[in-house]
Design a protein around this ligand. Structure first.
Ligand code: C5P
Length: 302
């Protein structure tokens, strides 16, 4: 019987949205102490990882992302090769990133690609890394990578890497509008003045509503203190939020450090109308749902 060794693997890398984001304070290491609800949605980058003779090569359908060590997916591959190359006989990897998640948009696209690379190389080269080992690599790459690795819905604390799993709940109609500009996470945090924050999300109330799948109170308790920085500087974000609400969203919120805005709908017709309306002015508008993982990976080719 012929034994086929896997040569490549394809993994889905979903975007995340922050349904709440509270900043508890600034830490001595420069990071901010967070309490945030992160939730994966079905806006996917597709990552194909293939065994290669040597080195790390990244290609993408998008010319907007770096293909060198600035790319978080490259960093993930580099760390694994560094740590595990010798005993696992890893030579190199070719990575293709089909980019669908808007970049620098508060959706953790780069972090999700990195998480997919960690999972993918682990599987492809049969490294047998435990969850804890993968988490350690994730945290070294970026604050959101741990969540992207864990997936689903989590309350994240610390830099964003201390995760408490929340029940799986399905949000059927999320309209995501990405304004035609990008925001740097580091800059948004740098400009955050905690004394200017007037309203913080009530995470306990949010979690109670989430537990009960009480969609009205889920929506009511959404909140993001980083809006204090971004709405003042970019009134367009506030305008998108208002328009989403006018169009029937139960609530609308900026995700992460922005500038993407999501609206939570319960009626498909309203959500579709909102998408059509925003599509006339914005290039990146999506009608999404919660991400449901169908299996570990989408496909393995011999
Ligand atoms: O961890 P990551 O590299 O994704 O973070 C990007 C930047 O965002 C950090 O360098 C930091 O300035 C800011 N940040 C923060 N507090 C966090 C997460 C990120 O201040 N919890």
């Amino acid at each position: 019987m012929a034994i086929f060794m896997k040569r490549s693997i394809v993994i889905e890398a979903p975007a995340k949205v922050n349904l709440t984001l509270d900043v508890k304070g600034k830490r001595s290491d420069g990071y901010h102490e967070l309490e945030t609800v992160m939730h994966q949605v079905n806006l996917l980058d597709i990552i194909e990882i293939a065994k290669a003779a040597g080195g790390i090569q990244i290609k993408s359908n998008s010319s907007l992302i770096p293909t060198n060590e600035e790319n978080l997916a490259y960093q993930a591959a580099d760390m694994i090769l560094e740590k595990h190359a010798r005993h696992a006989h890893i030579e190199g990897v070719d990575i293709f990133i089909e980019k669908n998640i808007p970049i620098a948009a508060g959706l953790a696209g780069g972090s999700s690609d990195a998480a997919a690379v960690i999972q993918g190389i682990n599987k492809l080269y049969e490294l047998g890394l435990e969850e804890g080992e993968m988490l350690e690599l994730a945290v070294a790459i970026g604050s959101d990578v741990a969540f992207c690795l864990a997936g689903g819905s989590h309350l994240a604390r610390g830099r964003g890497e201390i995760l408490s799993r929340m029940p799986d709940q399905f949000l059927p109609f999320i309209i995501l509008v990405k304004p035609d500009f990008q925001l740097s996470t580091a800059e948004v945090y740098r400009e955050l003045d905690l004394t200017q924050v007037e309203e913080s999300p009530d995470n306990s109330a949010f979690l109670a509503a989430w537990e009960d799948y009480d969609i009205i109170n889920i929506a009511r308790n959404m909140g993001n203190v980083l809006e204090t920085v971004c709405l003042r500087k970019f009134p367009e974000i506030a305008a998108i939020k208002a328009e989403l609400r006018e169009m029937g969203a139960l609530n609308a919120l900026m995700s992460g450090s922005g500038p993407s805005v999501m609206g939570i709908f319960t009626e498909e017709e309203q959500a579709s109308k909102a998408r059509a309306q925003f599509c006339t002015r914005y290039q990146e508008v999506f009608l999404l749902s919660s991400y449901v993982k169908e299996g570990y990976s989408k496909g393995i080719s011999p």
